[in-house]
Design a protein around this ligand. Sequence first.
Ligand SMILES: C[S@@+](CC[C@H](N)C(=O)[O-])C[C@H]1O[C@@H](n2cnc3c(N)ncnc32)[C@H](O)[C@@H]1O
Length: 384
Amino acid sequence: MNISTKYFYQNYQRYFAQVADDIKEITIKEITELGAYNIQEAYRGLHFHSSQEDLYKINYHSRFINRVLAPLIIFDCHSDKYLYKTARDINWDDFLNESRTFAVFATTTNSNIKHSQYAALRLKDAIVDYFRDKTNSRPSIDTREPDLWVNLYIDNNRATISIDTSGGSLHRRGYRRHGGDAPMNETLAASIIEYSEWDGTKELYDPFCGSGTFLAEAYLYATQTPPSILRQKFGFEKLPDYNPFAWSEIKEAGIKNIKPIPDGLISGSDISTKVVKAANYNCSFIDHNDAITIEQKDIFEIESLNDKIIICNPPYGIRMGKELDLSLFYKNLGDFLKQKCTNSTAFIYFGEREFIKNIGLKPSWKRPLHNGALDGRLVKIELY
Ligand SMILES: C[S@@+](CC[C@H](N)C(=O)[O-])C[C@H]1O[C@@H](n2cnc3c(N)ncnc32)[C@H](O)[C@@H]1O
């Protein structure tokens, strides 16, 4: 490929957003509002078209997407030799140089190249050899925080080589410096807030706040803070047509749009002093005015939670240890909700859905939502 040849994403303005299957519907709505069009659902993601500016906007403002990939080339690929040869012909100078670092992540399905890791290795070899042949030196591999993430996807012997325009998964917002015992994925927490239809008027409370993920995601939403405000670098900055002026305008507009929220709108608690400290620390990276209140409290010692939106994921067996009698715990939680949460609506995420029945309250709805390997359920319960 010579330097004047345009890449696939430049010719077609077409991208691929990696997103969990459970939350595609709300992601379609989100990216449409951010300027995406011709959106098509696919396995674990969405194909979409957008302008360059809107691609930057989607990366900065999306609450639900993991990464956005910009395809460079799409080609029939029946062997690792052909993969190597085709990848070796890409003008990698457009994205990298010898002093930079990169990593390749790959997925192969129903194809002659069976193993994803082997496919990734061949692509890595092609990139390394491209530089070594030219300059006798090569960029290094860094699988944690590389300057450039390269993605390879082969399905039915059709290969796509893409650049990750997000520069690492967007669920890593940057505020969670301390984890707690079983922290929830940030994009999942954001989606639960979306499914609660909380509009930022009623007080929101998380009585099992752990590392503070729901509180932080609620804060980002209510204040209109761009979820990736703390991200130091995006992958799109490494694309050959990167437009720093457009990016700085988008960033500036996003920051200008942030609005304050009243104290007491978002608060939470947890039984563990250690995680309360972690939650306060984490939230301090986004909430500079201490609007979020977090205190140490056993839920069963809370006097009342009336007129609230309660959003939480209580402890569950797999990740929290089996030492508690969780059936009894969930029965007590149900009693607490019945007796002390008048006129509130609770959105409870169950990592293990078998405990839903122990609550003893009839949910208005249940929604399947995966948390990693956990096939959990989000349940809405109206309290009177
Ligand atoms: C699944 S974790 C919540 C994770 C949290 N959403 C996050 O993202 O970090 C459950 C939390 O419930 C807390 N917990 C357990 N029993 C409790 C109780 N009786 N009252 C309040 N918190 C409790 C644990 O300390 C733990 O932090």
